[in-house]
Design a protein around this ligand. Sequence first.
Ligand SMILES: Cc1cc2nc3c(=O)[nH]c(=O)nc-3n(C[C@H](O)[C@H](O)[C@H](O)COP(=O)(O)OP(=O)(O)OC[C@H]3O[C@@H](n4cnc5c(N)ncnc54)[C@H](O)[C@@H]3O)c2cc1C
Length: 308
Amino acid sequence: MAGFLVFSENNDLALELVTAANSLKAVAVSACTINNNEQAQALAATGIQVYAVNNEDLLMADVGAIAAAVSQVADKAGADTVLLASNRRGKELAGRLAQVMDAGCLTDVTALSIEVERILCQRNALGGATVATQYIDAGRKVIAIRPRTFEAAAGAGTGAVDEVEVEVKKSGVTVLEFKSRAGDSVDIEAAEVLIAVGQGLNSKDDLSAVEELAKKLGGEVACSKPVATDKGWLSEERIIGLSGKKCKPELAILMGISGQVQFTVGIRDAKTIVAINSDENASINQMADYIITADLHDVVAEMNQKLG
Ligand SMILES: Cc1cc2nc3c(=O)[nH]c(=O)nc-3n(C[C@H](O)[C@H](O)[C@H](O)COP(=O)(O)OP(=O)(O)OC[C@H]3O[C@@H](n4cnc5c(N)ncnc54)[C@H](O)[C@@H]3O)c2cc1C
């Protein structure tokens, strides 16, 4: 392998990608930044070479142009493998970049290892029922890794920051304004304590008691998919699972959730799991450290009372 280039517009995720590349004992790891000198300095502080692109014609919203720029930086860096974050923008970029680089591409990767010059990538398969190990059988590779699979790299040295020129056409996209997303901007992946509710919750009105409990425990409320997509009681930002977020909290309290695999893949790495379900045979109990067989509404009321 000639070398690795990491890129994410998100500072924290870019640092996670450095750890991912280092975990493969890669000899040449470099990073690309686009119009983000603060990120360039943070990445250089991990000891790697950084190629900083500063070009006002490049807009993050124009993923095609970003793909063209990252591809050119990969060529300059002599990198045959590009690591991206498998967030929404990273996944779109992965496909476009692979096309520009004529590379093979894997997204939603949850673990990496090297075996005889091959990068083995683990991904959930068959709706999350199993984990498939796959590799890209092509010289050039684009691999998008799920956020928080790796710790962010710490400052361990002083890498160089070199400004590089790229040739891109002026974007056909014009950004009129930036607005933060209306309503919910919760980051359940960063929460140390999560209280996840499922379809066992009787009504939207019962959410206020769950939110009160989450506040008392210093945590966030999350949910199974149908609570957000079918019932619309919580935003889709709060879904745990295959089509939602993969979370690793210290404590996960799972209430009224049956334990379908599409949900459990998103929470199985939690340190301590408490399952509250009225059905003593609920499959969620198989992954729980503590099982409470009871009506979740009674448990929430009692916990709120005990916690004052
Ligand atoms: C491609 C695909 C992707 C998917 N992705 C996701 C995903 O990312 N996340 C996700 O969550 N799902 C996902 N699903 C859906 C998933 O298969 C399940 O349908 C879903 O997780 C079930 O949600 P639930 O556990 O809340 O509801 P249910 O399966 O209906 O379970 C409700 C549970 O509540 C219990 N209960 C009822 N009343 C009470 C009470 N009063 N007190 C305590 N317990 C009670 C019941 O015993 C039951 O176990 C996906 C499905 C597909 C096909």
